[in-house]
Design a protein. Structure first.
Length: 204
């Protein structure tokens, strides 16, 4: 793989992997991923399938086929229906874009199920609730701090080499257009990753 293709394989994926491991996801678990077309979400779909989970992916309706191509068992259009009203229940709900709350998603969880979010949440609730929800011995919140060590990089390398994981790349910008790249990312419309291409200067 080129550096351009390999580099985004180490970004959203290590966050997704940390959340999956913290939730204890294993083969046969049902997992919902909200924001499944982002860098973290698109990696989570693939890594969950590698673990043998059954994945429901939630995104804008224009990208349902992309998610099915990544391995999602079911894709839900969040612009056509409120995913929190889904009749199915899950062992884990993973908000990969931080735009929901435990309160809204609690009904989706099976007894003992886990809610995870990539963001702090209103009033930092996703940092506080992991200390409170276990006291009630029911549905709980977890907010892992991603690790970065050689074991994680070796694991992701092996998945990249085997073809079981491929980072989704939306656009590529040369370094001199990095401002345009940031502006595009800030629109909230990007799919997967945006790559900045750095070309080495000619040798003297």
């Amino acid at each position: 793989m080129s550096f351009e293709d390999a580099a985004p394989g180490t970004e959203g994926s290590h966050y997704a992997l940390s959340f999956i491991r913290t939730a204890g996801i294993r083969s046969g678990h049902d997992v919902l991923v909200y924001g499944a077309t982002g860098a973290i979400g698109s990696a989570a779909v693939q890594l969950l399938k590698h673990r043998g989970a059954t994945v429901t992916a939630v995104c804008d309706g224009a990208h349902l086929e992309l998610l099915k191509g990544l391995g999602a068992d079911r894709a839900v259009d969040c612009t056509a229906q409120d995913f929190t009203r889904d009749e199915q229940s899950y062992d884990a709900v993973f908000d990969a874009v931080g735009k929901s709350t435990f309160g809204r998603c609690r009904r989706l969880l099976k007894p003992g199920g886990t809610y995870l979010s990539s963001e702090l949440g209103p009033w930092w609730q996703n940092v506080l609730l992991p200390f409170v929800t276990p006291l009630f011995r029911g549905r709980k919140v977890k907010f892992p701090l991603p690790k970065q060590d050689q074991e994680i990089w070796r694991h992701l390398r092996d998945l990249l080499e085997s073809g079981e994981f491929r980072p989704v790349i939306d656009r590529r910008y040369p370094l001199e257009q990095i401002v345009d790249a940031y502006r595009y990312v800030e629109t909230g419309r990007k799919i997967g990753n945006v790559v900045i291409t750095v070309v080495a200067p000619d040798s003297p």
